[in-house]
Write a protein that binds this ligand. Structure first.
Ligand code: ATP
Ligand code: MG
Length: 409
């Protein structure tokens, strides 16, 4: 025998309860986001590499070391999407919808990053996300966050998470803050990790997001953006906080939240939990007013977030697995088999769920029925049908029309 084939490192199969948890997260997010007027979009899993390379930031972890990029047979450089926002913005431009704003988008699906696999961190993982494309007002940021909060509530995990918010300001605030950071980190350049010394030249803000322990000590003493905010940026941030309070979403302010991708301005936020060890961020996002223009579209202000389905799935108590409640069992002769088939086809055509036992004969069939957890068995002997209650064992002869009526209720 050849050796059994292995799954690719960092990928997981979702079987049984894992799949139920996963689907529950997606369906809950879809239901709640519809209450806010979000509509679902689906974009391709791979895109032109430029869709990500041009937008996520040349010093971001994702672009420098995590992308699954490959050349296809035609010589084009393609990348398995590492996140959802860039593809949604590309689709907005492709469809000409930049003329029809706002667009409120819900999406979900697999994402791919070449990371060191560990609990809550995989190479193929899944996200749900919302994007609010068009509005420049802080009310939109608050709405996106409120929808995220309501989804976490509906999943029963709101008690486990804390919302951290921050502002990254506008361009003038960012320039002033950047200068302050460069001054500070240049004084401590020797203590920075090698990656961060490069970040100091290219994008000093990125150092605040460093996962290096030594860097994190330095970051703790670094200047914060608040004293560098322009009047506009300050107003925007104040309006966000007011609107969040209005929506009843509790939050704390955390000046260290910068997010891992370059495209954010003004609002940045994360819902974090202590229940998942190092992988504590479950839902994160912010405002990205420059992204659509960076992709060759017009200037379209926007705000959005994404949440890791695997991390949420670990926090929820799963809903019960759904199963079919009726099993049809035939005696082992051709007439009984035909009767089982026609009975199943008839009930299924009425949207009544039934399984057929692959084991014929009542004894083996009942074993199968009990294993599936069904409540009812329909016994077919080739002439007559009997309905058996698998809970109390009661059994009586029935006609198929009576069955249809009984199970339609
Ligand atoms: P982290 O700091 O944990 O690497 P990130 O800043 O790279 O997260 P985002 O790009 O903002 O994460 O993605 C949003 C969410 O997607 C994260 O908060 C997390 O829940 C989930 N996520 C990101 N990368 C992974 C991964 N490799 N495996 C599982 N979930 C992930
Ligand atoms: Mg990451």
């Amino acid at each position: 025998m050849p050796p059994a084939l292995q799954p690719v490192r960092g990928t997981r199969d979702l079987l049984g309860e894992d799949s139920v948890r996963h689907t529950h997260v997606v369906e809950t997010a879809r239901r709640i986001s519809a209450l806010y007027g979000f509509a679902e979009w689906q974009t391709p899993i791979f895109e032109d590499t430029k869709v990500f390379a041009r937008t996520l930031g040349e010093t971001s972890d994702v672009v420098t070391k995590e992308m699954y990029s490959f050349e296809d047979r035609g010589g084009d450089s393609l990348t398995l999407r590492p996140e959802g926002t860039a593809g949604i913005c590309r689709a907005l431009i492709t469809a000409g919808l930049t003329q029809t704003l706002p667009q409120k988008v819900f999406y979900h699906g697999p994402m791919f990053r070449y990371e060191r696999p560990q609990k809550g961190r995989y190479r193929q993982f899944h996200q749900i996300g919302l994007e609010l494309l068009g509005p420049a007002t802080a009310l939109a940021d608050a709405e996106a966050i409120a929808a995220g909060w309501q989804i976490l509530n509906a999943l029963g995990v709101a008690g486990d998470v804390t919302l951290n918010i921050n502002t990254l300001g506008d361009a003038p605030s960012r320039d002033a803050y950047r200068a302050a950071l460069v001054r500070y980190f240049t004084q401590h350049a020797d203590a920075l990790c090698q990656d961060s010394r490069l970040r100091l030249e290219k994008n000093p803000l990125r150092i605040l997001d460093s996962k290096d322990a030594g860097d994190q000590e330095l970051v703790a003493g670094a200047p914060v953006i608040y004293e560098h905010l322009s009047e506009d940026a300050e107003k925007f941030y104040a309006k966000l906080k007011l609107a969040l309070a209005g929506f009843g979403v509790p939050f704390v302010e955390n000046p260290r939240i910068v997010r891992g991708l370059d495209y954010y301005n003004h609002t940045a936020f994360e819902f974090v939990t202590t229940a998942l060890g190092a992988q504590g961020t479950v839902l994160a996002g912010g405002r990205y007013d420059g992204l659509v223009a960076q992709m060759g579209g017009p200037k379209v202000p926007a705000v959005g977030w994404a949440a890791g389905i695997e991390r949420l799935a670990m926090l929820i108590s799963p809903p019960a697995e759904k199963h079919v409640n009726i099993v049809i069992i035939a005696e082992p002769d051709d007439a009984a088999q035909a009767q089982a088939i026609s009975t199943a086809a008839f009930l299924r055509s009425l949207d009544i769920g039934v399984e057929i036992s692959f084991q014929s004969g009542f004894k083996n069939g009942l074993k199968f029925a009990n294993r599936t957890g069904a409540r009812w068995a329909i016994l077919a002997d080739g002439e007559n049908l009997a309905l058996k209650n698998l809970v109390d064992g009661g059994q009586s002869g029935v006609r198929i029309e009576a069955l249809a009526e009984f199970f339609s209720k």
